[in-house]
Design a protein around this ligand. Sequence first.
Ligand code: HEM
Ligand code: HEM
Length: 467
Amino acid sequence: MNQENSASRNFMLTAGLWLLIGVSMGLILALEFVFPDLFSGVPWLVFSRLRQAHTNTVMFAWLSGGMIGLWLYIVPRLSGRKLWSETLGNITMILWNLAVGLGVFGILNAYTQSREYAEFIWIIDVAVMVTLILNMINIYMTIGHRTEPKLYVSLWYITGTVIWMPLLYFIGNVMWNPPVGALTGINDTIFNWFYGHNVLGLWFTTGLLPVIYYIVPRETKTPLYSHFLSLIAFWGIAFFYTGVGAHHLLWAPIPYWLKTIAVAESIGMILPIIAFMMNIYLTMRGNWNRFMTSIPLRYVVTGWAAYILVSYQGSHQALRSINLITHFTQYVPGHAHLSLLFFAASVIMGGMFYVIPRIYNCKLFSRRLANVQYALYVIGFTFFFGGFLLTGLVQGTNWLHQGLPVWSVLPGLRPYMALRATGGILLVISFFMFTYNIFATIINREKIVEPDIPKSVMHEKPLTVAN
Ligand code: HEM
Ligand code: HEM
């Protein structure tokens, strides 16, 4: 329980297993769009339950578990000391997995609050809140007792994220109102989407940018280009993201001014995005050869590129004129996968490829497998995303410009949905390869020991220094 790095490792390994369950659920969903009767009569696999189970498994069990595991590795390195309490970290890990596991099991059995990304029932919310607070304490105590005087950029982001999330979770899940965990009418929608967007912006985004800020300098052996730019990005995200929730509700009967603020802040997001984009781009300058040679860097930089793309897409999609066509179509889940899959999952995979061999001081089990996985991942994602995008645009234009009813458009969508399912199969294979590679690294570590990472690197001074 108190072995060094054990909490970080256990969070990441359990997340790697959840990934397989979560994406298999996604594949079943994608197949159900092509063959609607495929699993008829099986209540657990009915679309409405499985969709919620998919989103909660991938977002909380896989992405959040992997992300917390990465923090528990990065924070001690940047603080120049061990994690404050490995035991507390492991207790948090067990509670987290139990809470989200039971939550997803509940959803599959129709125990849900049916509020997007806040589906877990009240008692599960309580367990999630406890783990978020325990994790916050561990991270704050580690940073509070640091020996490294500088507060590195990555630590800014992580300290912000771990305090924002419990607040957001409490407010968004209306936890003071048990057992329903909801308000009534339109107010509930506003609360739901205040949380719904901030779980993306102030949990996954601010939780994963620090991983990029940590790994890119380390893998290129180049200090981060600018501390100043990273702070513009930090405060820009903290300022603009908090008010964008209503861009999910541009056609709902909420106050017009609230929508206008949301649109304006969505456009304002371009500022921190450019600051972040340039900072990493200029750190990578002269180091692009490492993109092909370093596996962790390749995945992390892919995540960086996806983040830039999805943010520009998001800012456009928040404009009323564009949202009029894309809202309620498959274009939006396309955006969701460009962000949470191609951005977030890429960064987490890159992070795990970096951290796991370092924890065990051994080589990665197979570089070739990681290379083949990357090819499948990118090709698979291209088809998958293309399928979402085309389906969405055909839906939106047919409904709006042709005035066609929803049902009459459906048969024409099937080829695009099949394209998405085909890309999805490649993606799922690539995720299985990933988890296999990570576990094989640990299982075969005796046979593939050293000489990859000299021991001195384990406690090397971080390169995320300020200019
Ligand atoms: C500048 C940044 C961004 C802006 C302006 C933006 C904008 C938007 C808008 C307007 C929607 C709603 C579309 C609709 O319902 O019609 C949306 C949905 C979504 N966004 Fe973003 N986005 C941004 C970045 C991100 C990032 C970084 C993530 C993930 C980490 C993300 C994840 C999502 C998800 C999951 C949805 C789907 C929500 C749902 O279930 O309806 N977005 N975004
Ligand atoms: C890391 C991996 C993944 C993440 C983080 C993820 C995340 C999400 C999210 C957030 C949504 C809700 C989108 C929205 O409401 O706008 C969603 C829905 C969905 N996902 Fe995934 N997903 C992943 C992998 C997959 C895979 C591999 C497939 C298919 C093979 C897939 C298929 C689907 C489908 C079909 C939907 C339902 C779309 C709809 O309701 O219209 N997902 N996923």
